[in-house]
Design a protein around this ligand. Structure first.
Ligand code: DAH
Length: 335
């Protein structure tokens, strides 16, 4: 009798598998689970078994009843789903179309990586508008109208007083206007310059950094940027601070890193110098602090700005910046 119920189970499952119509399932239900069905009959016959066999046989028969009820429900659902699809003209027997997975753009990946490194050193992330007032983009950063330093950045003017921001530095000023020191922020974002060639696109990304407090020194700037470069590349990548000029910092420095391609030997990427320029930096100019009402006798600070595309090109070994924005899936898929 035990064998018999297992056979019934097998047979029932086979039948369910080949059933493709709701009517077949109806018949199945009557045949196996109905009042006179196999399983019900079997349950009834258990009373004729020797007493010691009854509990086990009863348990198994109930299990089988549950298995079949569940399988029947599932089969019913499948048939209903298929019917619904066919009703609206979908052929479920056709192979499906694979859905392509998107992935993060390499520039987004690198921006996030930069932000994570600075966040881990306690920096908050700040943002600002891309369409910016001339006041914030230039004047408040100690770049007056007609100052020759404006020539460093080919600006898209929206009107006399409004520009597409040429750098993320205006975010510094906007942030300082609203917060008192200590300040420790980075500001990632898109910037715009009227420039286009193998290393320039009219839109690109920068990450700005600003730290203000009491007794902040150039040594702090060097320390923070060294940690950043070591984490972004590796701790064999040394840094070199070269005197430079920015109207909003004094003193100012360009930061070079040891060429990540040739490790200083000299190659095409570093133009045989062994070094790569990756960011601008310096101690915030007192004129900038005065513009936001900070007490220059009490506070000092440093700032820096870097191009994300430049970092990404070095990280990924890409030699033409325009590749990032051609939307060629074959290129983007590699990251
Ligand atoms: N804003 C500069 C640029 O776009 C980069 C920069 C240099 C930002 C020095 C800074 C800085 O905050 O201190 O070329």
């Amino acid at each position: 009798m035990e064998q018999q119920i297992e056979q019934i189970l097998q047979q029932a499952l086979n039948e369910l598998q080949s059933a493709s119509q709701a009517a077949q399932l109806q018949a199945f239900s009557v045949q196996y689970l109905g009042r006179k069905g196999f399983v019900t009959q079997y349950l009834r016959n258990i009373s004729q078994l020797p007493a010691e066999q009854r509990p086990l046989a009863g348990k198994r028969a109930n299990e089988i009843k549950n298995i079949l009820e569940e399988a029947l429900q599932k089969a019913l659902q499948e048939i209903e789903t298929r019917q619904a699809a066919e009703d609206v003209g979908i052929d479920v027997s056709l192979p499906g179309r694979a859905a392509f997975h998107g992935s993060m753009h390499p520039i987004t990946q690198i921006t996030r990586q930069i932000c994570e490194i600075f966040s881990s050193m306690g920096f908050a992330v700040a943002e600002g508008p891309e369409v910016e007032l001339d006041h914030y983009n230039f004047e408040s950063l100690n770049i007056p109208k007609n100052h020759p330093a404006r020539d460093m950045q080919d600006t898209f003017y929206v009107s006399e007083a409004i520009v597409l921001r040429t750098h993320t530095s205006p975010i510094q000023v906007r942030y300082m206007e609203k917060h008192t020191p200590p300040v420790k922020i980075i500001a990632p974002g898109k910037v715009y310059r009227c420039d286009s060639d193998i290393t320039h696109t009219p839109m690109f990304h920068q990450v700005e950094g600003l730290v203000v407090g009491e007794a902040i020194s150039f040594g702090d700037l060097k320390g923070i940027l060294t940690v950043f470069v070591h984490q972004m590349f590796d701790d064999q990548t040394s840094l070199r601070f070269r005197p430079s000029f920015f109207p909003f910092t004094e003193p100012s420095a360009e930061v070079d890193i040891l060429c990540v391609m040739c490790r200083g030997k000299g190659c095409r990427v570093c133009k045989q110098t062994g070094w790569l320029e990756v960011l601008g930096s310096g101690m915030v100019h007192p004129a900038v602090f005065e513009n936001v009402g900070y007490d220059t006798s009490r506070y000092s600070g440093f700032a820096f700005g870097m191009g994300v595309e430049r970092i990404a090109m070095l990280k990924f070994g890409i030699d033409d910046i325009r590749k990032y924005y051609e939307n060629d899936i074959r290129f983007l898929k590699q990251f």
